[in-house]
Ligand binder design. Structure first.
Ligand code: UD1
Length: 424
């Protein structure tokens, strides 16, 4: 990661044109983890070029897998995956490395990793992951910042009820359950589309899973998994971010490789603000926005199919210019308004306290030097800077690179004046 890089944006240009949506970060990371379970070489297509994906490939190498990337395709040969330890440096690099817990435990009967701890979004506990794995027969000790899991005689199926539909916990349970002895039921499971993508890949590998996408998932453990070929689903958050860029600039976009049915709650908000969106053909979405939008009804982030927390920051950037007052209630993460003071530097009028933020729409934003403190907050700053008058400089680009594949090239292709510069 190069912390000296900046994005320099001259705002005020309409975003218009056509672009293809990249593969989903939150899907590819867990699919790479799932590949550990398959005895042989799995092939994943449509993998985005992201620093988090590079980190996941390094973890795979540490675990004894051979991982080769060629363009958007990553081949993972897990024939010799005998490693069970993820070094602390890699755990620090990417919090989602906790996603390797279920698959490594399932494959080797053991897993040792350092506690992921907090991240840019505040405390991110993993108590639900650990409690579920314990129910499945894992012995877990937490000492000196390390988690040591063992299932010497293998994992067994269990009936697990999550107190909250955690995405990561649901994924870890799925990964651990596919080769466990007997049947596992996950109640109050997360319903995010990425869970369906993971289940689809695991089923191709020979797993027996039903109910993914619903609140109850049933997994019948099988002896072993075999490698498979799979194409990573489109990234609904990235698609949503580029629509926000178009919305903030009164633009017009056609997205291809887009699954608009995964974006219903988000598209409903944009439509309520005065945008038009319709899907057609094979994975295409047409979108246009009026010059001045109106504030939407209260936006409350919720587990899927509710409004996604990951798109809260980019849509807030759009509401800064909308006519009227917009209200946000963030119910998923504690510390997800770090973009607010930076949007204010760009001329927005926002008050945030606790879980609520209130935005009074202004007529214009003006360019400023701002800092991205995390991934989606960074995307919100890009969105606002595209709509602002004058030039903005956004630092903290390394966070944006965790989730957006060449953001500056994509946006330049649809009319933005944006470049990446490295400070001497
Ligand atoms: C995933 C996504 C992230 C998204 C989030 C919510 C990946 C790699 N990341 O994160 O982009 O913002 O879903 O849609 O897929 N919690 C607990 N205990 C646990 C687990 C979670 O209290 O054991 C809490 C978290 O602190 C948080 C909430 O549950 O407040 C949601 O977390 P979760 O759904 O687990 O999100 P992640 O899987 O971490």
């Amino acid at each position: 990661m190069d912390s000296r890089q900046k994005l320099v944006i001259s705002g005020g240009r309409r975003i218009e044109g056509e672009l293809a949506v990249q593969g989903a970060k939150n899907s590819v990371l867990v699919l790479l983890s799932a590949a550990v379970l398959a005895h042989g070489e799995s092939i994943l297509h449509n993998c985005p070029q992201l620093t988090d994906v590079d980190a996941a490939c390094r973890i795979l190498s540490c675990l004894g897998c051979r991982c080769v990337r060629s363009g958007g395709t990553i081949c993972v040969d897990a024939s010799t995956a005998a490693g069970f330890e993820i070094p602390e440096s890699l755990m620090r690099e990417m919090r989602s490395s906790i996603m390797f817990l279920g698959s490594v435990l399932g494959r080797t009967g053991r897993c040792r990793l350092s506690f992921p701890g907090g991240c840019e979004l505040g405390a991110r506990p993993i108590d639900l992951h650990l409690a579920a794995l314990r129910q499945m027969g894992a012995e877990i000790t937490e000492q000196h910042g390390y988690i040591e899991c063992t299932a010497a005689s293998g994992l067994h199926g269990a009936r697990i009820t999550l107190s909250f539909p955690s995405v990561g916990a649901t994924e870890n349970i799925l990964l651990a359950a596919v080769t466990a002895d007997g049947t596992t039921e996950i109640h109050n499971a997360a319903r995010e589309p990425e869970i369906c993508d993971l289940a689809a890949f695991l089923v191709k590998c020979g797993a027996r899973i039903s109910g993914a996408g619903g609140s109850v998932i049933t997994i019948e453990g099988v002896e072993r998994l075999y490698p498979a070929e799979h194409s990573v689903m489109p990234d609904r958050i990235v698609a949503g971010t580029y629509l926000c860029c178009a919305a903030a600039t009164g633009g017009e976009l056609i997205l291809s490789r887009c699954k608009s049915e995964d974006m219903t709650a988000f598209l409903a908000v944009l439509e309520s603000m005065g945008c038009r969106a319709y899907s057609y053909g094979d994975g295409k979405l047409y979108f246009d926005a009026q010059r001045r939008l109106t504030a939407p009804p209260t936006i409350r982030t919720m587990p899927y199919p509710g409004f996604p927390t990951d798109i809260q920051a980019p849509i807030m950037a759009v509401t800064t210019l909308a006519r009227g007052t917009s209200v946000f209630v963030e119910t998923i993460f504690d510390n997800r308004y770090r973009h607010v003071p930076e949007l204010v530097r760009l001329g927005a009028s926002i008050k945030a306290e606790g879980r609520v933020a209130v935005v009074e729409g202004v007529r214009s934003l003006s360019g400023a030097k701002v800092h991205a403190a995390e991934l989606r907050g960074g995307a919100a700053l890009v969105t606002a800077a595209l709509a602002a008058e004058g030039t903005s400089e956004i630092s903290g680009v390394c966070y944006i690179d965790r989730g957006y594949d060449s953001i500056e090239n994509v946006l330049r292709s649809v009319g933005a004046d944006i470049k990446r510069v490295t400070e001497k």
